[in-house]
Write a protein that binds this ligand. Structure first.
Ligand code: FES
Ligand SMILES: [Fe+2]
Length: 316
């Protein structure tokens, strides 16, 4: 699909498939037409299909179809681009392929006040870190959803600063899990610039991690948030784009670029350790004696997620 802000400022999710003969409208690499890599971004005044030059406005309406003069009763508007349901929440653009789906925001009504002060919709994207993960995407969600594993995997980088045992897990009613991980001594997390004004004392001294089921995951700290964008490609493969999002107050920092490098290096160091869990747990999962294990109270987020998944399977 094409996610676009149209001339009136509305964000839309348009089909990227030309309604004529199904050519992809955008995303080709002009230098190397095959294999296609249907992913790109940029600015356009309209979309024109390269195959026979049908063209469409940014709101999806057809604006031209050369050579169609003789097509009887050809109604251009009928051949506009199909659109999908779009909802904005916390600066994220959620798209739903099901036109009948319930809106998301009411389902996240209890989450909203817990993350509002981080000002998610004002944050600025830094260049993402990219990882290829050869295991099921749910394993990445499970690793990211709890901090029990600070004890083992992140002994050196996180456990001392944010001990697993202190993680404070909520039991929300909505389709998400949330936990907070305070610093070992409860002191504020050191910052290089002024954090958003509305953060509570608790938020200043903890990391807040949210998983909106099934796989929208982000964690927020006073000066930045990190969004883990999971892109499942098969049951045993996904890509993970780890996107740091920085509060605009970063401008106070003398070298915002330098700050970005520090954030990216920190996230990468921790994530390299998390990748170890994904790879080796997936290998272990292939064993014929692998059974679901007993869980600690420090990972009840997994239980929440699994129940949500069961619900989706039983009541699709
Ligand atoms: S396939 Fe797009 S114009 Fe023909
Ligand atoms: Fe981790």
């Amino acid at each position: 699909m094409i996610i676009v802000r149209d001339k009136g400022g509305t964000i839309r999710a348009l089909s990227n498939v030309c309604p004529h003969r199904w050519m992809l409208l955008v995303g080709h690499d002009p230098e190397a037409p095959i294999p296609i890599k249907a992913e790109s971004c940029g600015n356009r005044r309209s979309f024109q299909c390269p195959f026979h030059l049908w063209s469409f406005d940014l709101d999806g309406k057809m604006i031209g179809a050369p050579g169609m003069e003789e097509a009887k009763d050809f109604d251009k508007l009928r051949w506009s681009l199909p659109q999908f349901a779009v909802e904005l929440w916390g600066g994220f653009i959620f798209v739903n392929l099901d036109p009948e789906a319930e809106p998301l925001a009411p389902q996240l009504a209890t989450l909203q006040p817990l993350v509002e002060a981080y000002e998610l919709d004002r944050l600025q994207m830094l260049e993402p870190l990219e990882y290829e993960c050869n295991w099921n995407w749910k394993m990445s969600v499970e690793v990211g959803s709890e901090s029990y594993h600070h004890l083992g995997l992140h002994q050196d980088l996180l456990e001392e600063f944010m001990p697993a045992a202190l993680s404070d897990i909520e039991s929300p009613a909505g389709p998400y899990s949330i936990y907070r991980n305070p610093t070992a001594d409860g002191s504020p997390i050191p910052t290089a610039f002024t954090p958003p004004a509305g953060l509570s004392e608790q938020q200043l001294s903890c990391l807040t991690l949210v998983t909106i089921f099934p796989y929208t995951m982000f964690f927020s700290m006073p000066e930045y948030t990190a969004y883990l964008q999971l892109i499942p490609e098969s049951f045993d493969r996904h890509r993970l784009r780890y996107i740091p999002l920085v509060h605009p107050n970063v401008e106070q920092f003398p070298e915002p670029e330098e700050f970005a490098n520090i954030v990216r290096a920190t996230l990468d160091a921790v994530h390299q350790q998390d990748m170890v869990a994904g790879a080796y747990c997936w290998a272990g999962a292939q064993s014929q004696v692998a059974r679901p294990g007993r869980r600690s109270h420090l990972e009840s987020q997994l239980w929440q997620m699994h129940n949500w998944l069961l619900d989706q399977i039983e009541n699709p």
